[in-house]
Design a protein around this ligand. Structure first.
Ligand code: ADP
Ligand code: MG
Length: 240
């Protein structure tokens, strides 16, 4: 579904991605781990060109994301993104947060958008919050709403950038449960995370990034049990 070749990204003279090659299959769940500053967020953000790559190519379902101009918005709509800090629209109700983009960008009618939104709110257990403002919700609830909002655009891939890192510990589980169900329902997912238990249990593949490279990747259980590279070993010894 996504084919990444020789992906590079520099900020000024700081080369953050130094040639990333990766293929993501439809329905695959890929967890990305690595030290702070290793380029994980930049990698994710390059996939839908929230960051402009400085080299290499990204293909999404045989469309060239790196060269796309007019089709870029269409490609972005197929890639849902969830951030550490939720990024909900604070001045809107939960329901409006879920319906605004389908209505404005896809031209969906109010009734259909609200029907889809209510199904999604049900699926994340927050039906009763339809009229609430984001400010009145807990972090875990906000993040579940953010996931539902991304899903409201009916994406084919979901990109998660440390979706539980800003949460109080007691709220991490409810968000991971939603993500786990999404994975079980066949969603293609790329998840930057420090939740090693979740990565081991839910991900099909684990990618370890360091210094702008993919240093090691493989079956999460195998990589965690027997890392092949010194840097992977060192990182895992700190987080496991
Ligand atoms: P990670 O998500 O693995 O912690 P990032 O991708 O956020 O790493 O950052 C990798 C490097 O890129 C860091 O050195 C960071 O300072 C730099 N960087 C990220 N975004 C920008 C930006 N918009 N402008 C300049 N430097 C950036
Ligand atoms: Mg990051």
């Amino acid at each position: 579904m996504i084919e990444i070749q020789g992906l590079r990204k520099s900020f000024g003279s700081n080369e953050v991605l130094k040639g990333i090659d990766a293929s993501i299959q439809k329905g695959e769940v890929v967890a990305v781990i690595g030290p702070s500053g290793s380029g994980k967020s930049t990698f994710l953000r390059c996939l839908n060109r929230l960051e402009e790559p400085t080299g290499g190519t990204i293909r999404f379902k045989d469309r060239d994301v790196t060269a796309a101009q007019k089709e870029l918005n269409g490609i972005r709509q197929k890639m849902g993104m969830v951030f550490q800090h939720f990024n909900l629209f604070p001045h809107m109700s939960v329901l409006d947060n879920l319906t605004i983009t389908p209505r404005k960008v896809k031209g969906m009618g109010k009734e259909e958008a609200e029907k889809i939104a209510m199904e999604l709110l049900r699926s994340v257990g927050l039906e009763d919050k339809r009229d609430a403002r984001p400010d009145s919700l807990s972090g875990g609830q906000k993040q579940r709403i953010a996931i539902a909002r991304a899903l409201a655009m009916q994406p084919e891939v979901m990109l998660f950038d440390e979706p539980t890192s800003a949460l109080d510990p007691e709220m991490v589980g409810e968000v991971l449960d939603v993500m786990k169900r999404l994975a079980q329902n066949g969603m293609t997912m790329i998840i930057v995370t420090h939740e090693m238990g979740f990565a081991r249990e839910v991900a099909d593949r684990l990618i370890f990034m360091d210094g702008g490279y993919i240093v090691e990747e493989g079956d999460p259980r195998e990589v965690m049990a027997a890392p092949q590279h010194a840097r992977t070993k060192e990182f895992l010894s700190k987080v496991l």
